[in-house]
Design a protein around this ligand. Structure first.
Ligand code: ZN
Ligand code: ZN
Length: 156
C-alpha cells in the first residue's frame, strides 16, 4: 500500500494552530435539563491548563475563564482560571445523560441532576435535601419572574 503523507500541508496547519492546544474550545457541552449549550475546552478530571490542585472527582466540562488573566506556575507552565460548566448525571438511565449544568445538578459523592434528585429525595441525607430544595426553589422563582409575577418587593 502506498500512503502518501503530505508533510507540507501538515506544517502549514501547524503554523496556524494556536501554540496551546487547550486554546480551542471544541468540546460541546449541553445541559439536558435547561438546554444551556456552550463550547468548552475540556471534558475530564484533570484539566491540563489548571493548577495541579484542580482534580475533579468526576468527568467535568471545563471552560477556561476568559476573565482571569493567565499566569505561570512555579515550574513555568501556563495556567489559567477555569469555570466548571457541569458534568454528567450519575444515574445511568437518566434522560439528561448527555450532561447537566451546575445549576441543574447537585454534587453529592457524584453529580446528580435535579430531576433524579427530586425523584429520589429520600435517598439523600437531610442536609443534601435542603440543598436540593433550595435549587428547586430558586428555579421556581426564576420561572415566576420570567412570567412577570415577580413585582412584589420587600417594603422599605
Ligand atoms: Zn442546566
Ligand atoms: Zn439525572
Amino acid at each position: 500500500m502506498s500512503s502518501a503523507t503530505s508533510k507540507k500541508e501538515a506544517s502549514i496547519v501547524d503554523q496556524k494552530r494556536p501554540s496551546d492546544p487547550t486554546d480551542s474550545a471544541d468540546v460541546v457541552f449541553s445541559c439536558g435539563r435547561c438546554g444551556l449549550t456552550e463550547s468548552c475546552h475540556y471534558l475530564g478530571r484533570e484539566p491540563p491548563f489548571c493548577s495541579d490542585q484542580v482534580r475533579f472527582e468526576e468527568d467535568s466540562f471545563v471552560l477556561r475563564d476568559p476573565f482571569t488573566p493567565e499566569y505561570f506556575d512555579a515550574r513555568g507552565r501556563r495556567r489559567v482560571g477555569f469555570l466548571l460548566l457541569g458534568g454528567k448525571c450519575f444515574v445511568s438511565d437518566c434522560s439528561n445523560g448527555g450532561g447537566v449544568c451546575v445549576d441543574c445538578s447537585v454534587f453529592y459523592k457524584h453529580r446528580f441532576c435535579l430531576d433524579c434528585l427530586a425523584a429520589n429525595m429520600d435517598a439523600f441525607p437531610s442536609e443534601v435535601q435542603v440543598k436540593i430544595q433550595r435549587k428547586l426553589d430558586a428555579e421556581g422563582k426564576a420561572a415566576e419572574q420570567r412570567t412577570g409575577g415577580g413585582k412584589k418587593k420587600a417594603k422599605k
